[in-house]
Design a protein around this ligand. Structure first.
Ligand code: NI
Ligand code: MN
Length: 228
């Protein structure tokens, strides 16, 4: 399976099915592709912040993909006439070759209306994907929490995408602790260097993780792929 980092928290998984996660492309200063060029079967959205919901509706309209998210985000997207599938934290479902479970994330979720008020969109989540014999965990935006160990215990994780940007999510030190709890084989850091506010040195994170844990860190630049 080919795992491509599209910048920020956005990943494209290409195998028996094609999956897009958190498609923030328009307005993303590090994105290298156009949303019109994306053609996927499923779009997974961790929460309703603009840097995650992003182009989900436009891409779903364009290619006919189904948007999968927590009930509140799925219902919001459904207003625009796209196919949606609502789930919630702790629930699993199968979409063809991919089994998905929603996990907790310690964060917020909402969109700012034109008048500046916030439309709340429920609880944020992460995703555990099982496909082609591999288990992938995308944590969404989250702070460190001890139940990350439950996720690792219930699902031996081959690949984890974890935020390291700090300010809005875990920083590198807490992400190192998250790796110790989740125990993935491989970690791809995300949600950093999109803007100066979340600037981090991923090479330092890699060195710390690989010194302190058996996990390997793969640093992807936007547009880069990793073969899982
Ligand atoms: Ni967020
Ligand atoms: Mn975010």
């Amino acid at each position: 399976m080919k795992v491509t980092f599209l910048g920020h928290a956005c990943f494209l998984l290409e195998g028996e099915t094609t999956i897009l996660i958190d498609p923030f492309i328009t307005g993303n200063p590090v994105a290298k592709i156009k949303p019109e060029a994306i053609n996927v079967d499923l779009i997974f959205v961790t929460h309703g912040h603009a840097d995650h919901l992003g182009d989900a509706v436009a891409i779903a309209k364009n290619c006919g993909a189904t948007i999968v998210s927590v009930f509140e985000v799925a219902t919001y997207c459904g207003k625009f006439g796209v196919q949606t599938h609502a789930m919630h934290i702790g629930g699993s479902n199968r979409f063809g070759p991919v089994q998905v479970k929603l996990t907790p994330a310690l964060h917020g979720s909402g969109l700012v209306d034109e008048d500046g008020t916030i439309q709340y969109l429920g609880n944020p989540c992460g995703f555990v994907f099982n496909l082609e014999g591999k288990t992938i965990y995308h944590s969404g935006d989250t702070g460190l929490f001890s139940d990350l160990s439950l996720i690792g215990k219930r699902h031996p994780i081959d690949l984890a995408m974890l935020p390291i940007g700090d300010n809005f999510t875990m920083g590198p030190d807490d992400a190192l602790e998250a790796v110790k709890l989740v125990k993935p084989h491989v970690v791809i850091p995300m949600h950093y260097n999109t803007w100066p506010l979340i600037a981090q040195n991923p090479a330092e994170f890699k060195q710390d993780v690989e010194t302190d844990t058996p996990a390997r860190v793969v640093i992807l630049q936007p547009g880069d792929s990793y073969e899982l």
